[in-house]
Design a protein around this ligand. Sequence first.
Ligand code: F6R
Length: 366
Amino acid sequence: EKGGYEHFMLKEINEQPRSIADCMRGRLDAKNGRLVLGGLRDYMNKFQNAERIIITACGTSWHAGLVAEYLFEEFARIPVEVEYASEFRYRNPVVSEKDFVIAISQSGETADTLAAIELAKSKGATIFGVCNVVGSSIARATHAGSYTHAGPEIGVASTKAFTAQISVLTMMALKLGYQRGTLPESRYIQLLSELETIPGKVEKALKLNDQIEKIAAEYKDSRNFLYLGRGYNFPVALEGALKLKEISYIHAEGYPAAEMKHGPIALIDEEMPVVFIATKDSSYEKVVSNIQEVKARKGKIIAVVTEGDTSVRNLADHVIEIPATEEAFVPLLAVVPLQILSYHIAVMRGCNVDQPRNLAKSVTVE
Ligand code: F6R
């Protein structure tokens, strides 16, 4: 049942080229410039004319929501709020029929997310679900939705569901941008073609396993980890830190790289590994200067970079090279080495990676 892998988590990490392709199958046809999301068809008008998009979720799904905030604002120019379902539901939030609410949930059973949906529904908003489990409570409670089609996720730490959520949200953002005219056709077509190459590029990123296992051996006894990224890679930093803490029980924090100087920099010494997501994108130069600041304080630097990068190599203790892609699609690739790093560290520490202590796969109580 684990398909020859030692743990479900490792199996699910390795399934990502296929699960992302499954998510896009029948929806994305770059050659003919077509993108069809069945669940969206009847609600496209509402979506296009929404005054605001509110995304609600918990945990890893909330991180996928943060990536979507960047996607929707960049391509469709609609303001986005990303809300922890547990906070949203108890805050008496301002919601109306002009809002389009997207609820993201792998299990489709998360109690707080379900309650947030009911609240937004009672205020007249349109609710769209991005769920993995077909027929789940959240899938049924929403007006419409698109399934992620990642297949069953058994490991408690979410991996392939996360990349499938981002895949659906990316397709939604591109479609919305195109329909609204905020994303010009030529650019839309270019992005669709690049999106189609992502499964192959994830496959390539999976080949980093052995290199990352060696890095894991070096840092498995660390007591803390810091993860830093900017822009589209800020949510990736949060997700990398969550993956590490939940399965290895090492304290880890994710931050937007530029926030480092407002506090976390005080933590840096020779005992602190800092994982940077420093791909060649619009904030690259700034992230490189953050790397220099960490180096000057003797922190250990593990950097996820774009293939062929030469500048970071001179600064970092370890560089992990991922294939180049559009800036907006980098999270789909950059998260993969972070999943692998957490997995190996947890295994080396003797942790139960598939069923970490105190955690449940679906959180049906608040
Ligand atoms: C982390 C993880 C949790 C879930 C969260 C939401 O690896 O699995 O943080 O993401 O409990 O669960 P769903 O997506 O089922 O609503």
